[in-house]
Structures are given as C-alpha cells and as structure tokens.
Unconditional design. Structure first.
Length: 485
C-alpha cells in the first residue's frame, strides 16, 4: 500500500472515529437527559391530576353500570381536561380493571380488564409500593414513541395512569441524521485534506527517491534540488551533502589512482635503469652499488604503497590510558639521526610528570614521527614539546624553516596537497586520518596570531611551521593533578 493511500485511510478513519464517537456520545447524553425530563413531566402531570379532585376512595365505589352516574361523569370530565397535556388517561384498581377512562364511551366500561398493563408489571409494582413510576419507551401503532406514567391515588387501591408522546425523539432523529451526514461530510473533507497533505509530502519524497536512484547509477553531477524548510528540506540538504561527499570522494579516488601511478612510475623507472646497468656491467663493485640503488628504490616504492594503504584503510586504534612521553621520545630518537646529517638537532621539552592520555601508542608514534620528519626536512632545528592544557595532552612540533605558504595553509591536511616537490602529499592527510580515528585532532598554528605568540610555548616565534596535536585526557585523573602539570 502506498504512503499516500495509508495517509488518506488513517486520516479518514480517525475523522470518522471522532465524529461518530462524539456524535454517538452526544446523542446518548441528550437522549438520556430528555427522557429523564419526560419522566419527570409524566410524574408531575399525573401527580397534579391526582391532587386536583381525584380521590381514590371516591372512584373505588364505582361498580359496573355506574357510567351514567354523576360521580363517574365528574371524574371523567377531570380526566378529559388532562388531554390537553397527555394522549390518554385512565383510573384503574388493583387487578388492572377500569374505573374511569378517557376512551370513547362504551369502549372500556367499568370493570373492563386493561390487558396492556401486564407488560408493565414491574413498573406497576413499583408504583403500588412507592406511589409513582414510569414505563419504558415503546412504539405505538402510529409509529410514534410513547411512555406511561403511573400515580397511586393517595393510599388507596386506585391508580392513575397517563400516556404521553415522546416528542423529543423527533428532533433527536433529525440530530442523528445530521450527525450521520456530518460524519460523511467530515470523512469526505478529511479524505480531500489527507490527499492534499499526502501529495505535498509524497511528491518531494518521490523526487528525492529519483535523485537517490540517479546517484546510485553514477549520475551525481546534477545538484539535489533543495525542498522546503521542514524535515523533507533537511533530508534534501542531507542528500546534497551526501552527493557532494560522493563527488569529492570520487575525485579523491581519481587523484589517488593518478598519484599512485605517478609515484610508482618514478621508482619503477629507476629500478629498470639500475637493473639494466647491473646486468650490463662486469665490475662487481659497480654491480653492488647498482643493486644497492635498486634496493633503495624498492624501499621507497614500498613506503609509497604503505602510505596509500594507511590513508585508504587505517588500522583501528587500540585506545588505552598510557604515558605519551615514551612514544614521543621514540619518534624523536628516530628523527634525530636525520637532523644531525643536515647539521640540525631535535630539541625535546617534556615534563617530568607523566602525560597520561587515552590513545593508541603506535598511532601516537607514527603521527609525531611524520610531523618530526616533515619539520626536519623543512628546517635545521626542530622542537618537540608536550604539555597539559584544559584536560588534554597538547604535543607541539615546530621548526625554523620557511613555514607553510599562505595559499596552502587552508588545504594542508587534504590528500595530495603538499608544498614539497617530492612525495605523494599524503603525510599530513594520514596524520589527520589517524587522529580522527582515535578521537584526537591537529591544527596548524598561525604565526601571525598574537594570542599564539604570547602562550609561552618554546621555540622561535614567527618562523617555521608549528603543528599542535591534541590527545584526549582521562576523566579518571584528578583535576588538580592535571592543572599542576
């Protein structure tokens, strides 16, 4: 079932439920209230008639054949005056035989059994005991609804009953028909409204569905049309970000493949050249040197492949709380030999207290080693510093080289972006990727920022490049201990 049809069915069903249930409750409450009012009216009319000249002891003396007496005529005249308010009136004795009635003369003489009273035996019993009662609602031969009211005449064995039409049911019937028509109208209106709302929701979803299929088929050059500002609009904006991410990823993949081919071609060319020269020479010393060059080219090729593999699929970090000073010192020792060849040095400034952080030691060592090697290639002196700051371990790597050019700074952590003539441009991208997998982050410090110049970090101010790496601290460490370090 389509979303549009479900939406229409649910809204129409809900509107029908509300209108029908609400109408039924209103009809029941109104009907009960009007019926109670009719019962009170019946009892009141019968009671008023019983109090005005109708005495049980007087009518009980009537015997069969007394229809022509003055006593019978006077009581019949009193009952006939009630016909302005009721449809029938009768006085009968125990045993349900007529004493006085408003029926046509001769139809119900004195002593005639009133057989229809047998249907109201429970109500009559109540009336004989309590003095008054009303019958249930019933339909007459004319199709209308009526009720009987019973009133005992004093404490005698005579009972007055009056018949009154339940005329309140006619407006109730009209009210019920109006409710039915209103429910149907509400259902139709709800169906139209639901169709309009469903269309307003489904059409943008159908458009976004077609866009998703288009992207799935590889046609992602066309931007996603932004919808309105509600949830569907947020969905369209999310799909547009997904499309741009896919485009960027595809572009990075193409660049990576092109860069892989380019970076591998150079070592392969050297391998071919040196291998050919080694085959052609007869000098053992020269062949040894050439094979050494081949080995170095193979190592360089292996390093390039490893960089691409690390960038494409970094190893999941094994995070645990440990002292970062150990991997930092190992990275500094591996870089120091290279610096000394160029007449430089690595200056390490780490505190005496442990730099406890939650990180992967191998990732920490690889990240800092990469930064130190870049710094050693850029300048002669390199500074490695570690400090506690705001609940994090901050590691700074700074050099005294020419720094990073302004037009490259914004894209320095993107893959294949580099200010060096050699290399694949993946070093800083790998660093950023490794840190993100472990919850860390890296920033390139702006040397022109006055706040950075006054923060007390060692090393030359305003020269070279400085990268700061932030590792997560631990909630298990006391706050005063972190502040003191």
């Amino acid at each position: 079932m389509s979303l549009r049809r479900k939406y229409v069915l649910i809204l129409v069903g809900f509107s029908l439920f509300l209108t029908v249930a609400g109408g039924w409750m209103a009809w029941r409450l109104t009907s009960g209230a009007l019926e109670s009012e009719l019962d009170e009216k019946l009892v009141w009319v019968a009671g008023a008639a019983a109090e005005v000249g109708l005495r049980g002891e007087d009518v009980l003396v009537l015997q069969e054949g007394d229809e022509a007496t003055l006593l019978y005529s006077s009581h019949r005249a009193r009952l006939e005056r009630l016909l302005r308010y009721v449809d029938e009136a009768h006085i009968f004795r125990r045993g349900n035989t007529v004493l006085v009635t408003t029926d046509r003369p001769g139809d119900s003489p004195i002593g005639t059994p009133l057989r229809w009273l047998e249907a109201y035996a429970p109500q009559l019993e109540t009336a004989w005991e309590t003095g008054e009662a009303v019958s249930p609602l019933f339909r007459g031969e004319d199709g209308r609804y009526y009720k009987y009211g019973f009133k005992r005449l004093e404490e005698s064995d005579a009972m007055l009953t009056v018949l009154m039409q339940a005329d309140y049911l006619e407006p109730l019937d009209r009210f019920r028909r109006a409710l039915v028509l209103g429910s149907l109208g509400a259902a139709i209106l709800a169906g139209l409204l639901a169709g309009l709302l469903a269309t307003n929701i489904v059409r943008p979803l159908e458009r976004l569905s077609r866009v998703a299929l288009r992207i799935q088929r590889g046609r992602w050059e066309k931007p996603v049309s932004l919808e309105r500002g509600d949830e569907i609009g947020r969905l369209s904006r999310a799909m547009e970000r997904m499309r741009t991410g896919i485009v960027q990823r595809e572009e990075n993949l193409r660049l990576m493949l092109a860069q892989v081919a380019h970076e591998i071609r150079n070592p392969l060319g050297g391998l071919e050249l040196f291998a050919t020269a080694a085959l052609e020479t007869s000098d053992r010393e020269e062949r040894k040197q050439l094979l050494g060059r081949v080995r170095r080219e193979v190592e360089a090729l292996n390093d390039i492949i490893n960089d691409f593999l690390v960038f494409a699929r970094p190893r999941s970090p094994e995070l645990h709380l440990h002292d970062l000073r150990e991997p930092l010192l190992e990275a500094a020792e591996l870089t120091e030999a290279h610096c000394r060849k160029n007449g430089g040095e690595v200056l390490v400034d780490l505190p005496d207290e442990p730099l406890m952080a939650r990180a992967d030691p191998d990732h920490v060592k690889r990240v800092v080693l990469n930064l130190l090697q870049n710094a050693a290639q850029a300048g002669r002196q390199v500074w490695l510093t570690g400090r506690w700051r705001n609940g994090e371990v901050v590691v700074s790597v700074k050099d005294d080289g020419p720094g990073v050019e302004r037009d490259v700074r914004e894209r320095i952590f993107e893959p294949f972006v580099s200010d060096k003539e050699q290399g694949a441009g993946l070093g800083l991208a790998i660093v950023k990727r490794l840190l993100e997998t472990g919850g860390g982050r890296i920033v390139l410090v702006d040397p022109e920022d006055p706040e950075e110049e006054e923060d007390g970090w060692p090393g030359p101010v305003g020269t070279g490049a400085e990268f700061r790496v932030y590792f997560q601290g631990s909630d298990d460490l006391p706050a005063e201990g972190m502040e003191s370090t």
